[in-house]
Every structure is written in structure tokens, then in C-alpha cells.
Design a protein around this ligand. Structure first.
Ligand SMILES: [Zn+2]
Length: 192
């Protein structure tokens, strides 16, 4: 889809696009901190030539050239309207229109092509965490959460599904076990 872009000055841009027999005109106005856009669709018929843009005393005129003849749209800051009669363009200043791939509904800059994603490296097995010590408090997060404070001791079973062999830790002692293990190698707890 080829879109034509015209710069109207003072932060205003117009995008013109032919979709079937419809001409889509989108007017963008941007001032610091805000952006506005309005879009109108006109039944012009298919284009036979690229559109043209003129600055006249009565506003900016967009000329759409179709098989049925010329179609004119007046662009103003507060809107746009189709013209029933051919405006006088003898003293009009031509505003150049350039072809663009930009989608008028998106003002985002086009993204650079994606780099092929490298296959993920297998994760390295986690190292057991060092016990955390604060004064007489000692905390250990894995394999089981343990907390010791003075002569107080708190132990929590590892979180999971409750299936020791599946979770990879013995529910009895927190020892790391493999899914193939039938018994914990440390405490002999029956895993399955
Ligand atoms: Zn065990």
C-alpha cells in the first residue's frame, strides 16, 4: 500500500491513501506534548494518477485524479470536506507529496528487522545458596528453608507438589534427589 505524505507546515502532515474506490485522508497535527490525527474516507474511485496538493488562499486543497475526473478535498485545521466545484488553482502553490510506506494509523518509527534469535543456552544448575548469617540468626533458603535464631530453629518443607521425587528434594531431610531415586540417599526416606 503506497501512502502519500505531504508536509503542510506548522507541525501538520497529511497522509493520502487509495484503498479500492476509497481515498483515505489522514491529517496529523503535532505540537510539543500532543499529537492529534483525524481520518476521513472519501468515495473518489480508483486513482489514475498520484494525488496533488495545493496551498490556496482558501486553505489546502487535495486533488485526487480518478477516471471519473478530479476530486477535491479541502483540508483545514478543524477538519476536511470534499468540494463540489473545482477550486481555482491558478495561483496555488504546489505542496510536494512524497511516497511513504508509513502507515498513517501509526506514528511509531518502523522497527529494524529482527535479528535471528540465538538458541538458548541450557541453564547452569543452581549452586546451593550460602547460609545467611545476621548476628546469631542464620537463614538458609535451599534446599529447605531453615531459620535459626539463638536456640530457636524454624524449618519449612520445600514448596512444591508434595511429590518428593518430582520436586527433586527429599521432603524428610531436604536432600537433593533425582526423579529416578526410590529412596533418599541421605536419610533413606521412601520417595515413591
Ligand atoms: Zn532424605
Amino acid at each position: 500500500m503506497i501512502t502519500y505524505l505531504g508536509n503542510l507546515g506548522s507541525g501538520q502532515q497529511v497522509y493520502v491513501e487509495n484503498q479500492g474506490t476509497q481515498t483515505i485522508v489522514t491529517l496529523f497535527s503535532s505540537s510539543p506534548g500532543q499529537q492529534q490525527s483525524q481520518s476521513n474516507s472519501f468515495s473518489t474511485g480508483s486513482w489514475v494518477k498520484p494525488p496533488a496538493l495545493f496551498r490556496t488562499a482558501s486553505g489546502v486543497i487535495l486533488q485526487i485524479k480518478t477516471q471519473a475526473g478530479n476530486y477535491f478535498v479541502r483540508l483545514q485545521t478543524n477538519g476536511m470536506s470534499s468540494l463540489n466545484e473545482t477550486p481555482s488553482l491558478s495561483n496555488a502553490e504546489n505542496i510536494p507529496l512524497q511516497q511513504t510506506e508509513t502507515n498513517p494509523t501509526s506514528t511509531m518509527p518502523s522497527m529494524p528487522p529482527m535479528q535471528p534469535i540465538e538458541p538458548m543456552k541450557p541453564m547452569e544448575p543452581m549452586k546451593p545458596m550460602e547460609p545467611l548469617r545476621m548476628g546469631d540468626m542464620e537463614m538458609q533458603m535451599s534446599p529447605t528453608m531453615q531459620m535459626r535464631m539463638g536456640n530457636m530453629e524454624l524449618k519449612m518443607p520445600p514448596m512444591g507438589t508434595g511429590n518428593p521425587a518430582k520436586d527433586g528434594f527429599c521432603t524428610q531431610c531436604g536432600n537433593q534427589v533425582s526423579t529416578q531415586d526410590k529412596f533418599c540417599s541421605r536419610c533413606g526416606y521412601q520417595l515413591r
